[in-house]
Structure formats: structure tokens, C-alpha cells
Design a protein around this ligand. Structure first.
Ligand code: PLP
Length: 429
């Protein structure tokens, strides 16, 4: 595979941008080697600058749930852009977006648009602290909520991959306010609330962890957290930046039947444009400026072009049967990969929830962070490269979920499983 143009670009990029990238995990540091540079994307495929084609299971890290370059999304963006890129006044698409989100996510009676998932989680935590008058927050090991200071404590995603659980630059005084818990361990949560319950403003969780591979919640876990928060007057925040409109139309909260006080969104709701949102109960959201005293703002928030992309995407995912079909594809892929690994004698298991999945180099089913960390990541790295050479792009880290799109047809799934048969045989040795 010729990757000379990508190599040249990466050499130039490394002299100009930290690590050659604008977001760490793109640099392939955890899997080794060099990233490819994408020229264009279409449907289930990425095409790099050297003319190589990859079946894409990263999907821009989640947003591209209908595949790349979907004509409906593209047309909406182009048509809206013709009327101007940003106004600095309210625009009608923001109202349609708010109506759409509040209709699809009943726990969000009001919503505020922002520009990234990070902004959404930062704002939700400020609201939780402002509304409760409490300072502490609780998060789970391996969960990633963006790069806000309060969250870079035992975080997942790039922070986990690089083994930097607490980033330099995060003041200790602030990190001390973030308490961490093991995911899927309700006893640990009960104990922590017994000790600190009165000081806790909010518990924030990825209801399905997508930043420590893919860890679904155990039966009753999210319900029990809901009860704990209610009992102690803490707010429950579901960070649905990844799971929102991904594991079900109504997100993880619909799939598991638990209503959080606040929710955060990103990725899918932007259709590939930089968008985030947070929302929740009316009496909480009314405390945000200018309705209330808790400040949060954004020059480009509610940007018309971004709203148009997101609305087109949300329109597509509301098609009847969209999530059943997506889930069936995820299952077909994961079943195929498990069978291929079994035939090659490689210890391997998967997790799947709706349109997201996890690949684990472990014989057992994995649903805790400790188990995820104990998986054979060196083997994953070899598998990643063996798949890449065969034209399949998996997330370049053993600690990231994979994403299915509606553009992946049986042909792409079959081709992926065929590539995996060869890749598993190669790494079995
Ligand atoms: N929350 C979750 C669950 C995420 O997966 C991410 C990003 O991957 C974020 C928050 C941060 O979103 P962004 O990268 O848009 O700032």
C-alpha cells in the first residue's frame, strides 16, 4: 500500500502542529505507525491522499451515522450556507433544532446549543454546581467527557490511551473536587454517596462507556444511580455525546428507561459539523443566562449551517426501522468477527449496543474498566494494522468504541469479516 503522500503530509504537520494533529488520538500514537490523511469520504468509505480506500468504522468518531457525504445532509448545508454562514442573531433553525431535541429526548424540556461535546459537559457541570450550590462532581474511571479540567481525572479516550489520567495543567484543587468510581460497581457508588452525598452537585456518566472500548451498563446499574442521586439531592447527568441518537433514537436514556436531570449531546446532532448541546428539566435550564444567573455563551452557538446539517441528520435517523437495521448490522459484524477469531484460535470477544461496538482481545465478556485495561492491547495494535493494510479502518486505539453507519451494507460487512479472518490468522502466531 503506497502511503507516501500521507507520510509527506505527516512530516510537514509534525513540524507545525503538536504531534502533527489537532486531536491526539488521530496521531496513531497508541497503535504505532503514522496516520493516513483523508482526501474525501463517501458512504462507508474514506479515501486517502494516496488513493487508498478504507471501510470506515470510526465515522468521524461518531457523527457519521448515515455514512459520509449523505446527499440530504450535504444539500441542507449547501442551501443554508447560500443564505450566510453566521448571523449573531437568533435564527429559525435553532428553534427547529430545540423542538426536535426536546421531542426526541423527553427528559430535555429545554436545550442550549453549543459547539462541541466538551462545551456541553463543561456547561452542564457549571449548571449543576450553580443549581445545587455544591462543588463536588462524581465521574467514572475510563469515562471521557471532553477535555475540561474537571474531567481529566481518570479519563478515557486519548487520556487513557496515553496513560495520563490527570493532565498537567489541571489544578490539584480542582481535581480534588472530582471523585471517581469504578463503572458498573453500584456498591462503590453507594459507599461514596454515604460519605460525600451532601457535597455532590452531580454524577456524570457515559451511560454506555465508549471511551474505554465499549462497556454496556449492567442490568439495573443506571436505575440504581438514578435512585442514589435523587436520594442525596445530586443531579444525574447522562453524557450522551456518543450514545445520543446512536444506541437508540432517544439515546441511552430511552434504551435503558432512565431519565437523567441533565443530558449532553454532540456528534450525531451536528451531522458532521461542530455542534454540542445540553438540556434537561425546565427549572434547571431556566437558571442559564439570560433567563437566569448561570453564565454560558457562544459566538457561533446555534450556527445556521451546523443546525441545518444536524437537522438533516436527525430527519434521516427518524426513518422507521433505522435503529433496528443499524443494530442488525452491528450484530452481523460482531458475530462475524467473533467467529473469525474463534476459527483462528484468538481469544476475542465483542460488546455491542445499537450502532456502537467494542472489540476486546480477551476470552471473557468485558464490562468493567479494569477488564478493559487488562485486555491484550499489543495484540489489538497488530490487528489494527493488519486490518488497515486490508483496507479496513478501525479506531486507532484499543480504548475506543467502533461505529456502524446505515451506509455499511452486507458487502462491506462481509469484506470486513473476510479481512479479519486473514488478520486474526496473521496475529494468532
Ligand atoms: N463526551 C463524550 C462521551 C465523548 O465521547 C466526547 C468525545 O469523544 C466528548 C464528550 C467531547 O466531545 P468533543 O470532542 O466534541 O469536545
Amino acid at each position: 500500500m503506497d502511503t507516501s503522500r500521507s507520510h509527506d503530509l505527516f512530516t510537514r504537520a509534525q513540524a507545525l502542529m503538536p504531534g502533527g494533529v489537532n486531536s491526539p488520538v488521530r496521531a496513531f500514537k497508541s497503535v504505532g505507525g503514522e496516520p493516513f490523511f483523508t482526501q474525501r469520504a463517501d458512504g462507508a468509505y474514506l479515501f486517502d491522499v494516496d488513493g487508498n480506500r478504507y471501510i470506515d468504522y470510526v465515522g468521524s468518531w461518531g457523527p457519521m451515522i448515515v455514512g459520509h457525504n449523505h446527499p440530504q445532509v450535504l444539500d441542507a448545508v449547501i442551501a443554508t450556507a447560500r443564505d450566510g454562514l453566521s448571523f449573531g442573531t437568533p435564527n429559525p433553525l435553532e428553534v427547529t433544532m430545540a423542538e426536535t431535541i426536546t421531542r426526541l429526548i423527553p427528559s430535555c424540556e429545554m436545550v442550549r446549543m453549543v459547539n462541541s461535546g466538551t462545551e456541553a459537559t463543561l456547561s452542564a457541570i457549571r449548571l449543576a454546581r450553580g443549581a445545587t450550590g455544591r462543588a463536588r462532581i462524581v465521574k467514572f474511571e475510563g469515562c471521557y467527557h471532553g477535555h475540561g479540567d474537571s474531567f481529566l481525572v481518570k479519563a478515557g479516550s486519548g487520556a487513557l490511551t496515553f496513560g495520563v489520567p490527570t493532565s498537567p495543567g489541571v489544578p490539584k484543587a480542582l481535581a480534588d473536587l472530582t471523585l471517581t468510581l469504578p463503572y458498573n460497581d453500584i456498591e462503590a457508588a453507594e459507599k461514596l454517596f454515604d460519605e460525600h452525598g451532601d457535597d455532590i452537585a452531580a454524577l456524570i456518566i457515559e451511560p454506555v462507556v465508549g471511551n474505554a472500548n465499549c462497556l454496556p451498563p449492567r442490568a439495573g446499574f443506571l436505575q440504581q444511580l438514578r435512585e442514589l442521586c435523587t436520594q442525596h439531592g445530586a443531579l444525574l447527568i447522562f453524557d450522551e455525546v456518543m450514545t445520543g441518537f446512536r444506541v437508540a433514537l432517544g439515546g441511552a436514556q430511552a434504551r435503558y428507561g432512565v431519565a437523567p436531570d441533565l443530558s449532553t449531546f454532540g456528534k450525531v446532532i451536528g451531522g458532521g459539523m461542530p455542534v454540542g448541546a445540553y438540556g434537561g428539566r425546565r427549572e434547571l435550564m431556566q437558571q442559564i443566562a439570560p433567563a437566569g444567573p448561570i453564565y454560558q455563551a457562544g459566538t457561533l452557538s446555534g450556527n445556521p449551517v451546523a443546525m441545518a446539517a444536524g437537522l438533516a441528520m436527525l430527519d434521516l435517523v427518524q426513518a422507521p426501522g433505522f435503529y433496528d437495521a443499524l443494530e442488525a448490522k452491528t450484530n452481523a459484524l460482531c458475530d462475524g468477527l467473533e467467529a473469525a477469531a474463534r476459527d483462528a484460535g484468538v481469544a476475542f470477544s465483542t460488546q455491542r449496543v445499537g450502532g456502537m461496538f467494542g472489540l476486546f482481545f480477551s476470552a471473557e465478556k468485558v464490562d468493567t474498566y479494569a477488564q478493559a485495561v487488562a485486555c491484550d492491547s499489543a495484540r489489538f495494535n497488530r490487528f489494527f494494522h493488519a486490518m488497515l493494510e486490508r483496507g479496513v479502518f478501525l479506531a486507532p486505539s484499543a480504548f475506543e468504541a467502533g461505529f456502524m453507519s446505515s451506509a455499511h451494507a452486507q458487502a462491506e460487512i462481509d469484506a470486513t469479516v473476510a479481512a479479519a479472518r486473514e488478520a486474526f490468522a496473521e496475529i494468532a502466531a
